[in-house]
Design a protein around this ligand. Structure first.
Ligand code: SAH
Ligand code: SF4
Ligand code: F3S
Length: 462
């Protein structure tokens, strides 16, 4: 084995996956690996994959195609596929010529050992959960918790911010969704562990904590005769010195309750931001999706949120072209978007996922062309709303947590090296681009908004 092995890790998935990647990275760095920016420089390449849509998997397969060629000239290169697609495909992926390691989300703590195993044996190693819907043993759970606690310091590459998992898995079985089959059953983590972890992160200088769960509003942990819910976690996190902003993603409209809104209304550190996907505005489709709420319930919920938490920004996800979605169903979704006035919406074209109820029982009968049209139309409706609503920030001074250098120079090109273009986010998660000294990274700044667009606010330091 070389003295210093170089590691490159690529992410294809959601925040859960990104968090897994950073934990694995920190663990490998502790084992002596050096992190490198490009795959050409790496001795070990890990791809942390997503299965939520076909497109996400196709991107991974095309990367693997390229790596197969690269391995012809560099046979010692180690390629690992980890994450949700690894869990879904298991041994099938191991047959790919480029692949040396396959490990699921439940096996992240073992990855450092598994890589050593590959390096020692030169054979392909597969580690995924046998029956993903069977809850892992206590030993496995404690192993994951300990891994999480030990390697969380580097849990995010945006300085000053960290993501903390409060629950794993999902029990909702929305009929289109692969997540319950790749992330396993819902398990809430022990509140004391979560709080201890956040304290440690705050001591290390973290200012913003984002609590993570697929259905975070379903968080529930019984201990000492008390049932801890999300509101309790928000309250305890609020008491931690150093933590200034708290976010939580993602909420499920069927689980959301007034207790969470009360916590948001009364706790100053909890940001007025809610990611609560509606998925559709048609009750017929919502039923077929097994979402367990109606459009009316959804709208009343966000109305209540706006009453209790003034200025709250609400974000949603939508699937267009779900099996059987008629023009009328789609119009109901457009109507919901018009009424709800989201800060922004993520719109996805329905993609059948192997093993889900939809894939087994419902024909993917909306053509790709219609899916595309609906996607464009819904985004256009949303964009017009975002553009209009963002105008209210014009001339206002907003507080932002600065993330660092802006990657896309939009308006103000860097005037000089001392005053480059920076990007930050408001408490409501609005992106703000402005010029300022780079030392502002990871700190708060007051920025006066001088121009707005649908997705970005542009400003200058006040
Ligand atoms: N747990 C989160 C979402 C996780 S997946 C929640 O329930 O809100 C992120 C988004 O991907 C979903 O909100 C949904 O809009 C979309 N999605 C999930 N499965 C999909 C599929 N089969 N086809 C298209 N989009 C899908
Ligand atoms: Fe998927 Fe539904 Fe669970 Fe979200 S709540 S992860 S959409 S099954
Ligand atoms: Fe996330 Fe994709 Fe897995 S959305 S949980 S990485 S299937």
């Amino acid at each position: 084995m070389k003295m210093v092995m170089k590691l490159h890790i690529k992410n294809f998935g959601c925040q859960m996956n990104k968090l897994d990647s950073s934990l694995v990275c920190s663990a490998l760095v502790e084992r002596g690996f050096e992190l490198v920016e490009t795959s050409e420089d790496a001795d070990v390449i890990l791809m942390n994959t997503c299965s939520v849509r076909q497109h996400a998997e196709e991107r991974v397969l095309s990367h693997l195609g390229r790596l197969k060629h690269e391995k012809k000239s560099r046979p010692e290169l180690v390629v690992g596929v980890i994450g949700c697609m690894a869990q879904r495909m298991g041994a099938e992926l191991a047959e790919h010529e480029a692949v040396d390691l396959v490990a699921g989300p439940g096996q992240i703590a073992q990855i450092p050992d598994l890589i050593e195993e590959v390096l020692a044996s030169k054979g392909t190693v597969v580690a995924v959960s046998e029956d993903i819907r069977v809850k892992g043993s206590d030993v496995e759970r404690v192993g994951l918790d300990e891994f999480e606690m030990a390697y969380d310091s580097d849990a995010n590459h945006i300085p000053g911010q960290a993501f903390v998992r409060v629950m794993r898995g999902c029990n909702n079985f929305c009929t289109y969704c692969i997540v319950p089959y790749v992330r396993g059953p819902e398990v809430s983590r022990k509140p004391a562990d979560i709080i201890k972890q956040i304290r440690k992160l705050a001591d290390g200088g973290v200012k913003q904590i984002t609590l993570l769960g697929q259905t975070i509003d379903a968080y529930e942990y019984a201990e000492g005769g008390k049932i801890y819910r999300l509101g309790d976690l928000l309250e305890e996190t609020s008491e931690i010195e150093g933590v200034e902003w708290i976010r939580f993603i993602t909420s499920h409209p069927g689980k959301f309750d007034a207790g969470i809104l009360e916590a948001m209304a009364s706790l100053k550190k909890v940001t007025p931001y809610l990611h609560i996907p509606a998925q559709s505005g048609s009750d017929r489709i919502l039923k077929a999706m097994n979402r367990r709420y109606t459009a009316e319930h959804y709208l009343s919920l966000i109305e209540k949120a706006r009453q209790m938490v003034p200025g709250i920004s609400i974000v949603s996800d939508f699937i267009v072209g779900f099996p059987g979605e008629t023009e009328e169903d789609f119009e109901a979704t457009v109507e919901l978007v018009r009424k709800a006035r989201f800060k922004n919406s993520f719109v996805f074209k329905y993609s059948p996922r192997v093993g889900t109820h939809c894939e087994k029982k419902l024909a993917d009968d909306v053509s790709d062309e219609v899916k595309k049209e609906r996607n464009i139309e819904l985004l256009a409706v949303q964009n017009a709303i975002s553009e209009e609503d963002n105008l209210k920030y014009l001339g206002a001074t907003v507080k932002v947590l600065v993330e660092g250098l802006s990657k896309k120079p939009h308006l103000n090109k860097a005037e000089n090296d001392d005053n480059p273009q920076l990007v930050g986010r408001t408490a409501t998660d609005h992106i703000v681009v402005f010029n300022g000294p780079e030392r502002l990274r990871a700190s708060f700044a007051d920025v006066k908004v001088i121009k707005t667009s649908a997705l970005t606010l542009f400003g200058e330091i006040d």
